[in-house]
Ligand binder design. Structure first.
Ligand code: GDP
Ligand code: MG
Length: 177
């Protein structure tokens, strides 16, 4: 349990990782502000957004970190991962290369974490069914093999975005309480 004077009972750091342009920033803006940007620039990004949720009557503050586009250079720093207790590992269901990168992102996460991290595999852009390049089954079985939660989402039409974040938050809560 962490206290920072803000009055919340718990403070959880969650990181969003995955290849460039899979929709990480838009998943966060959809969740935290209910906003979506069709022309979002990789360079524009805040460090993190906080979202307060109620779990079993406890005030839980989720501090959700977004990259500022440094994943393009494979240079996400250890500071980004430091203290994270949850992670969304995102790929784009319409681009197989982003799915192929998931293992590398998981390895990087493991390398940088010294504690149990609640991990969710997220297949984003499920609104692009007509140009789907990775099946739901493939996502599911990778998640099963790696011991991750799994969900397909759309930051564009909001499908499962709130659910994905809240499953991770709930799992972290169960891990620490
Ligand atoms: P990031 O580099 O992983 O942070 O990706 P962004 O959030 O910047 O999104 C990259 C591009 O994909 C932008 O043009 C977004 O508008 C688009 N995008 C993000 N999420 C979705 C989605 O769920 N569906 C569709 N169709 N496009 C999306
Ligand atoms: Mg981004």
């Amino acid at each position: 349990m962490e206290q920072d004077g803000g009055g919340e009972d718990y403070l959880f750091k969650i990181v969003i990782i995955g290849d460039s342009a899979v929709g990480k920033s838009n998943l966060l803006s959809r969740y935290a502000r209910n906003e979506f940007d069709l022309h979002s620039k990789a360079t524009i990004g805040v460090e993190f957004q906080t979202q307060v949720v109620d779990i079993d009557g406890k005030e839980v503050k989720a501090q959700i970190w977004d990259t500022a586009g440094q994943e393009r250079f494979r240079a996400v720093t250890s500071a980004y991962y430091r203290g994270a207790v949850g992670a969304l590992v995102v790929y784009d269901i319409s681009r197989r290369t982003t799915f192929d990168s998931v293992k590398r992102w998981l390895d990087e996460l493991t390398t940088h974490s010294d504690t149990t991290v609640a991990r969710m595999l997220v297949g984003n852009k499920c609104d692009l069914e007509n140009i789907r390049d990775v099946s739901v089954e493939e996502g599911k079985s990778l998640a099963e093999a790696e011991g991750l939660f799994f969900m397909e989402t759309s930051a564009l039409d909001s499908t499962n975005v709130k659910t994905a974040f809240e499953i991770v938050i709930r799992e972290i809560y169960d891990n620490v309480s």
